[in-house]
Design a protein around this ligand. Sequence first.
Ligand SMILES: O=P(O)(O)O[C@@H]1C[C@H](O)[C@@H](CO)O1
Length: 203
Amino acid sequence: MHSKEHISHDEYQKTADWLMSQTKHRPQVAIICGSGLGMLADTLKCQDSFAYADIPGFPQSTVQGHAGQLVFGELKGKTCVCMQGRFHMYEGHSLCKEGVYAMVGGPNFETIAEARLLHRLGVDAVGMSTAPEVVVATHCGLRVFGLSLITNKVVKSYEDTESVNHEGVLEIGRLRSHTVQQLVTELIDRMEINNNDNINKSI
Ligand SMILES: O=P(O)(O)O[C@@H]1C[C@H](O)[C@@H](CO)O1
């Protein structure tokens, strides 16, 4: 089985595709049943149940009393999926990781030694901007939504023949510009304009 520390998007997708091919249910509600709530899953109508052990790429439940099943079905007319047994940090699972963005001064791209250092520090993405604007905006009491387009893999190995350059960064920027534009337009469309009263002004 894959490492509990890192599950790639492709692995998630494979698991989801497998499940979707095994059941006609398309859940509107997902319920994680911890100790004491597992019986709820037994009340679902038109059930399709899958033992975690039979689901490709799915973690295994190790806690006593957890059935370790994913149960799809209907509850009060809503299509649901219940996890009969959940996962805990004490079983070796990590927290859902937030990404860490680090800013380097530029204009040169980081050296391999610098890239390795950033990686060891827990950095997930590196850029040459964004941090100063966020610091100033936060200082002014503005709420901030940061969005970075990841254009390239950072080179961390001396054997790697790939290299990063500005032309490559611009090329990916061009390729993705439509999608990014759509995303920002949609965000603006859905944004509720308010007076920022709910944020901590003492920052
Ligand atoms: O939009 P920016 O300028 O942050 O994009 C990146 C960072 C450097 O300016 C440059 C590196 O190629 O692109």
